[in-house]
Design a protein around this ligand. Structure first.
Ligand code: F6P
Length: 549
């Protein structure tokens, strides 16, 4: 079986071209073309994207751009912004750019401009943020809110938790934010011990409002609050819902004034720009939240209008395709050199792996080429002491995205210079490596014996030519964080468009949920576990025997 894509002229040209680069070292490409950095980097506002340290030549880029044209990428991007139902298995548009559209341009879904609704909810958020921060809306005892607990999972958690942390330097004093996502009771327990029921506001965030983890955590939070506040009417002051399913929230007792709406054309992992971002708006203020949207909007406009040759998300996606489909890459790594971006890797994990973890095309046709790769990550420099050994000297090719900002929010002695020295050095080491000759000279300089040198040489030599992108920003302010997240969103979208997959559904997470609810029924009734495989049966039996303390 072979697909149209893998049989196409462009695909096969890229395969042949990859073979010609088998013995090329990126270091030599730099020697050959002194203009390489200039030719293989792009700027947008205060952001620099450098992809020159990857094993790509001008010919590689040309062939990748031809592939993009062959797969009608410009037309597909247009379709997305025109509100077409590109999420074909759920019959939905993927219009998250509408959430941050700062222009007067209308954006249509099913012939209707969605912008008035988007603006209505943003205004509702602004009024709500003012009410909380000014103290005009209080807890049941009349005291101001001091803590917000966001209850949500997946996109209803990872977006806001990542951005809250990234924008911590912009947080207003007097309002702390906590996130509870896991169904493991420990997560809620450990959060509730930190807060006072009188002054805690819960945001129950769920696009569907049917997610088990969120419903159970919200019910337990309500029960906890009820042990302190006995009046149901007052309890309502402590809970708001964010959902695309307002009817279910109403049935659960939320009044309209406590429901913030989003829409089915916003995917969960693309929803931080909607009212799902309410905890962010509450803590950094609506003006900073608007700056976040502006940064994302600037990236949207760049993505929508820039020629492919200068289009940052498109180039980033083409490099990823080059690695995955023509260089045999199966995993990639994101390393932000910024402690405030510590949640970025896990946010990108959902964005990338839920979107691109597909093995059939949008049409249902089985694919004969690789799609999404495993994504790992951790902030630098900690990551260097965890998994960089494998990146430098392992047998697999693992592309790395190194991300940093020129300015620190917390300048302290030479910390930031040391941090950035590491950011620059890792990119250089991955690309250059250290030749046998260089290593030999270094060991000689250390006055080691001939035998010692012979023993150490193979271990201390680095092949180099390891793929790496660098993203360097001026400062991680709300605008830049917005642009950075939107950059990755569109990069993932382009990969999906070229691979002809639907990057906006996530059927793969359903089966486990279904089986878990069957098993839960069995666990709660202590029923025999005959209907399942021997391994699962054995594990459940072990649990049943050992569950009592
Ligand atoms: O993990 C599957 C998923 O459907 C994600 O796509 C989504 O972000 C998450 O669950 C939470 O869904 P909801 O916001 O509907 O509770």
């Amino acid at each position: 079986m072979s697909t149209k894509l893998s049989q196409s002229i462009c695909w096969q040209a890229l395969q042949s071209h990859a073979k010609t680069l088998e013995f090329t070292h990126v270091r030599d490409l730099f020697l050959k073309y002194p203009q390489r950095f200039k030719d293989f980097s792009v700027h947008l506002d205060g952001m620099l994207f450098d992809y020159s340290k990857n094993l790509v030549t001008h010919e590689t880029r040309e062939l990748l751009l031809q592939l993009a044209q062959q797969e009608r990428l410009p037309e597909k991007i247009k379709n997305m912004f025109n509100g077409e139902q590109i999420n074909n298995t759920e019959h939905r548009a993927a219009l998250h750019p509408a959430l941050r559209n700062q222009s007067a341009r209308p954006i249509y879904v099913d012939g209707q401009d969605v912008m008035p609704e988007v603006r209505r909810v943003l205004e509702q958020m602004r009024i709500f943020c003012n009410a909380i921060t000014s103290g005009s809306r209080t807890g049941y005892s009349g005291r101001r809110f001091t803590d917000i607990v966001n209850i949500g999972v997946g996109g209803s958690d990872l977006g806001p938790v990542t951005v809250s942390e990234a924008l911590k330097p912009y947080a207003k004093k007097g309002l702390r934010v906590h996130y509870v996502s896991n169904i493991d009771g420990t997560h809620l327990h450990d959060t509730l011990v930190l807060v006072n029921p009188e002054t805690t506001l819960f945001i129950v965030s769920s696009k569907t409002f049917t997610t088990q983890e969120t419903s159970v955590n919200a019910a337990s939070a309500r029960a906890w609050l009820k042990t302190n506040c006995h009046e149901e009417a007052l309890l309502a002051q402590h809970f708001v819902a964010v959902t695309a399913n307002p009817q279910v929230a109403q049935q659960a007792g939320y009044g309209d004034e406590n429901i913030f709406e989003l829409w089915d054309w916003v995917g969960g992992r693309y929803s931080v720009w909607s009212a799902i971002g309410l905890p962010v708006a509450l803590t950094v203020g609506m003006d900073n939240f608007t700056a976040l949207l502006s940064g994302a909007h600037a990236m949207d406009e760049h993505f929508r209008t820039a020629p492919l040759t200068e289009n940052m998300p498109v180039l980033m996606a083409l490099i990823a395709i080059w690695h995955i489909n023509f260089m045999g890459v199966r995993s990639n790594v994101v390393v932000p050199y910024d402690q405030y971006l510590k949640h970025l890797p896990v946010y990108l994990q959902q964005l990338d792996m839920e979107s691109l973890g597909k093995s059939v095309a949008s049409t249902g046709e089985e694919l004969d080429y690789a799609t999404g790769a495993t994504l790992l990550g951790k902030p630098g420099t900690n990551a260097q002491h965890a998994f960089f050994q494998l990146l430098h000297q392992g047998t697999q090719r693992v592309p790395v995205d190194l991300i940093a900002a020129c300015q620190s929010h917390n300048p302290m002695g030479s910390h930031h210079e040391i941090l950035l020295a590491n950011f620059f050095a890792q990119g250089e080491a991955l690309m250059r490596g250290r030749t046998y000759k260089e290593t030999h000279a270094e060991l000689l300089a250390q006055r080691l014996s001939k035998e010692q040198i012979a023993e150490l040489l193979p271990h201390k030599t680095f092949h180099g030519s390891k793929p790496c992108n660098s993203i360097l920003c001026k400062i991680f302010d709300p605008y830049t964080i917005g642009a950075l997240l939107a950059l990755y969103e569109h990069k993932v979208t382009v990969q999906g468009m070229i691979w002809n997959i639907n990057s906006f559904d996530q059927w793969g997470v359903e089966l486990g949920k279904q089986l878990a609810s069957n098993i839960l029924r069995q666990l709660q009734t202590d029923a025999p576990t005959d209907s399942m495989d021997e391994s699962t049966k054995g594990l459940i039996n072990f649990y049943q025997v050992n569950k009592k303390p």
